[in-house]
Write a protein that binds this ligand. Sequence first.
Ligand code: A3P
Length: 359
Amino acid sequence: MPSSATITTTHFTKHHQSAEEKEEEEELKLLSQECKELLLSLPKEKGWRTPFLYQFQGFWCQPKEIQSIISFQKHFKSRESDVILATIPKSGTTWLKALVFAIINRRRFPPATTSDTSRNHPLLTSNPHDLVPFLEYKLYANNQVPDLSKFPDDDEPRTFATHVPYPSLEESIKKSESVKIVYLCRNPFDTLISSWHFMKILRPESLPQFSLEEAFKMYCNGIVGFGPFWEHMLGYWNESLKRPEKVLFLKYEDIKEDVVSNLKELASFLGFPFSVEEEREGVVIQEIAKLCSFDKLKELEVNKYGKAMTFSKHFENKHLFRKGEVGDWVNYLNPLMVKQLSQLMEEKFMGSGLSFKLL
Ligand code: A3P
């Protein structure tokens, strides 16, 4: 039986624990001791979805992500035929996963939405995140080390996704001449607005409200998951210039504008080029574009009511499909914000050759 003094102290501590501290305690519960100790040594800032973000290997991360990224870096071994899809969150990851899955598997699963065979297309019944797993959210999450050597042969090439910045990818991925990386980049204005909406939904109710003004300030200071956003984008951009056969750099806005030519480029890069016949008839390309379109995916039963196990137990797939437009930021950012973010981008991307379509 504890003494009354002990009870008072415990009670006192609990009573004065802020909502952030309580949530943080929950977040840290499942982490290894080693990871908890590491966190103590890392710079820490207020987070978007979790109470805090930590600066790990130069980028900002949630505690659980750090544990899985360490495990990924330590245990993953690439195969020559692997394909890695990389994005910063809210850049169209779900779309990219769908497109790449549909391209690579089009012989096994013809995408024609009108034919009988198409009824069995996995994208009609599974969320893209369940078809192309995230390395850090799924495979290496919760301190697990998956046995990826058992990946079935007919699943070659293995396709994985990640938000990890280029320098922090596992070494064999970077060293390999043949492992392919596809990076999808979205203009920072829309990525910011999409992230803010998404994080508001995922943020625990016990945490204080998260205003756009606050999100904007943090975003411009580089404090956003896997950011600073300019370093994330430039990391992959520069690598795509150095090794174009290894890293394909795509833009969300370009795919929106001309899906067919982007699909052709993507298919060739992946080593699954469309045949002369496929290109001449155009049906397969059009069907892939249609199958993976925002309107099609959003209306599927699995994406309206289903739950992908990737993000959290209670995560609903419908939150992955909000507007899917270019330029929605005009409805949220005031002129001063537009000026500030434009100036920041000019400064950060100057001389890199990387530019964005905002509308
Ligand atoms: P908005 O919030 O601007 O609507 P991610 O998949 O990386 O989480 O990115 C989510 C963003 O991509 C959301 O943007 C979402 O609506 C949009 N999106 C999802 N599926 C899409 C698709 N098939 N085509 C175009 N955009 C899509």
